[in-house]
Design a protein around this ligand. Structure first.
Ligand SMILES: C[S@@+](CC[C@H](N)C(=O)[O-])C[C@H]1O[C@@H](n2cnc3c(N)ncnc32)[C@H](O)[C@@H]1O
Length: 414
């Protein structure tokens, strides 16, 4: 083999390309360490419960893309923090009897098949879910999964019809996972006054550099945005019509301030840079820019009366977020009196997190890392902001996504 032959091969195979950093792009740090984690933590109890009853589970991924759901579901960390260190994930590929991916896009299906060609239980099929559930003849699935707003591509009536078919397909017990665009997101105040029977424009132009985000040149498509009560209404009316017993296991607002369009001005005048800053916080190669975590949401005053409950929820979360930022400033200025004052006046859930942050900051020298801020403090701050969002009450539709898991059982309670 000529001396350079090995390197010729690895360069050709793409190993020496510019690797995509976690600071931007489709699978950025916020997607990996905030949004994916949020989904994993939400669905874990349902999967753990299923595994108590059966060895292998059957999954269908609705609008599967190239199989992202399979990757997600097989990388859920167990709930025990320190015990069983050798068990990395709640389920692994071998625990899945079938993963049935379905998507309208031929390119996605082709990619999915390619990604999982070594996994015999993974199957990808092209179908349009707006026309209904294409697998009524198959045995029921345990989880009817969807992620990252695939089902928002359907209009209300289409999603209602699909849900009806899925509920009737479930023979004893199953879970349906909705992950839809939230209507009261601070990203699109102009949509707050609309309702879920109307599809409204959306764009993925956040993937383009800011200078190319010209609203007249980018691609727009229509999607459906939901409030919490509209989604509950859909689920309950379908349950009534199909005679099924349903339980909403959880409904949460995801990405209230880190939604992709907070950092664009395609739906609102102001361009924030919150996702950018949180991407940096999560990244072990960058120190977080704490001053960048401050932002203002005064522009939402104009929709305060459109939905006061959503507006209040966003402000409650905003206050928690800013308290974390204020604590960091006080720590950096060695203002211990201020740190103590903030902690003492914070709700318990936040006070505990702030005490831990203060401890970390004051014990930085104990950590054998090259850059304490980049490796320990920044990621920890981002996790706290994420966990605070996760701990909010039932979702209202005021995040980029409204995430919901429903348990469906055959018999409706009399
Ligand atoms: C934002 S992507 C999400 C992909 C994947 N679930 C993920 O987690 O990354 C939305 C997906 O929905 C698919 N989709 C859109 N309309 C659909 C339809 N009517 N039927 C089936 N799939 C659809 C798209 O092709 C796309 O792959």
């Amino acid at each position: 083999m000529p001396r350079t032959k090995f390197y010729e091969i690895v360069v050709k195979r793409g190993f020496y390309g510019v690797s995509e950093s976690g600071l931007c792009g489709k699978k950025d740090n916020v997607r990996k360490f905030w949004e994916d984690v949020f989904i994993k933590m939400s669905i874990r109890p349902a999967i753990e419960q299923l595994l108590e009853q059966k060895d292998k589970i059957r999954v269908i991924d609705l609008g599967c893309g190239s199989g992202e759901g399979l990757e997600l579901l097989t990388h859920i960390p167990p709930s025990t923090a320190v015990k069983k260190v050798n068990k990395e994930f709640v389920i692994v590929e071998g625990d899945i009897e079938i993963y049935q991916g379905v998507d309208i896009s031929p390119a996605m299906i082709k990619q999915g098949k390619q990604n999982y060609s070594n996994l015999p239980q993974a199957d990808f099929v092209e179908a349009d879910l707006s026309e209904g559930f294409p697998f009524m003849q198959n045995a029921p699935y345990d989880i009817y999964f969807s992620s990252y707003a695939s089902l928002s591509h359907l209009n209300y009536a289409e999603l209602e019809h699909l849900t009806e078919q899925i509920f009737s397909h479930i023979s004893s017990r199953g879970y349906m996972v909705f992950d839809l665009h939230g209507r009261y997101s601070p990203e699109w105040p102009g949509y707050w006054s609309k309702d879920c029977h109307l599809q409204l424009p959306y764009t993925m132009a956040y993937l383009l550099p800011p200078q190319e985000q010209d609203p007249n040149k980018i691609k727009w498509f229509d999607v459906t945005y939901y409030s919490g009560s509209e989604l509950i209404g859909l689920i309950e009316s379908v349950a009534d019509a199909s005679g099924k017993k349903v339980k909403i296991i959880n409904m949460r607002d995801r990405s209230i301030f880190v939604g992709r369009h907070m950092d664009t001005s395609l739906f609102k005048k102001q361009r924030h840079s919150i996702r950018t800053e949180v991407n940096r916080l999560f990244d072990h190669g960058y120190r977080g820019r704490i001053s960048g975590l401050g932002f203002d949401i005064d522009y939402l005053e104009e929709v305060k009366d459109v939905n006061h409950q959503a507006w209040t929820r966003i402000h409650d979360y905003y206050n928690l977020w800013q308290t974390v930022v204020n604590t960091l400033h006080a720590l950096m200025n060695a203002n211990n009196t201020e740190v103590r004052k903030i902690i003492e006046s914070s709700p318990e859930i936040l006070a505990d997190e702030l005490k831990m942050l203060a401890w970390l900051y004051r014990n930085a020298d104990r950590f054998p890392v090259v850059d304490f801020w980049a490796s320990v403090m920044g990621p920890q701050v981002a996790c706290i902001l994420r966990n605070l969002e996760f701990s909010l009450p039932q979702g209202l539709g005021c995040g980029h996504s409204l995430f919901c898991i429903v348990e469906i059982e055959n018999e409706k309670k009399k």
